[in-house]
Design a protein around this ligand. Structure first.
Ligand SMILES: [Zn+2]
Length: 229
């Protein structure tokens, strides 16, 4: 059987790794190909120097994280200053899809507190629709799924539950590479790593698994087997 190629496209380094990294680990464990894409760099710091150092740190962390599951990573295909919804950027994403030839794409949900995520959703959806429209009638279209991210929760409804219990330790190892996920801003909130681990447990409880990842999709007929490894 032909192996799948899962391409997870986030706005920033860490977005896909923390939200659906367990599913990506499951796919790698089953021998499928996984590519993680970060469309641009984080808007976190404003000074140019701090930015450069921080971006380099994130890039290194993302490479280390991807290497824990033997996935491929592509960072910063769109410059921070040029990151907007326009034809040129849709072309960038389309070119990438043509190079990678994914069988399944995962990206952000359409509504987010983080404008970069909403832009990523729009660009990926548009580019994927063009990618699919170029396929021959007998070729299978690439499916798109939207992952659960704490900044993208506006109207997000979990439609598809995937059992990731077996791969949870691979995922823990993967996200341990990101320094920021282990920090609590102003010691006030729970750390991202704790939030996502608890969320995976909650989603597991809802679906009678130990741990689960959930997704939304524009295709009503899709089921968990469509995104399962
Ligand atoms: Zn982000």
């Amino acid at each position: 059987m032909q192996k799948k190629h899962i391409v997870a496209i986030g706005a920033h380094p860490g977005d896909m790794e923390i939200s659906c990294g367990a599913l990506l680990a499951a796919h790698r464990a089953k021998g499928n190909k996984v590519t993680i894409v970060h469309l641009t760099n984080s808007p976190k710091f404003s000074s140019r120097f701090a930015n450069r150092l921080y971006f380099q740190q994130l890039k290194t962390e993302a490479e280390d994280a991807a290497s824990t599951i033997n996935a491929h990573v592509i960072s910063y295909i769109i410059e921070r200053e040029d990151y907007r919804f326009n034809r040129e950027n849709i072309e960038f994403v389309l070119k990438l899809l043509n190079e990678l030839q994914p069988t399944c794409v995962i990206t952000h949900w359409k509504k987010s507190l983080e404008p970069d995520h909403t832009l990523a959703h729009r660009m990926v959806k548009e580019a994927l629709s063009e990618f699919n429209s170029d396929k021959r009638i007998d070729e299978e279209k690439c499916k798109i799924f939207f992952t659960e991210h704490y900044e993208d929760r506006i109207d997000f409804e979990p439609l598809i539950y995937v059992d990731v219990s077996e791969y949870i330790n691979m995922w823990f190892k993967m996200i341990s590479c990101f320094h920021d996920f282990h920090e609590s801003s102003r010691n006030k909130y729970i750390r991202p790593v704790d939030y996502y681990q608890a969320l995976a447990k909650i989603r597991g409880r809802e679906s009678h698994f130990s741990y689960a990842c959930v997704f939304n999709s524009t295709h009503n007929k899709l089921q968990s087997k469509d995104i399962m490894p």
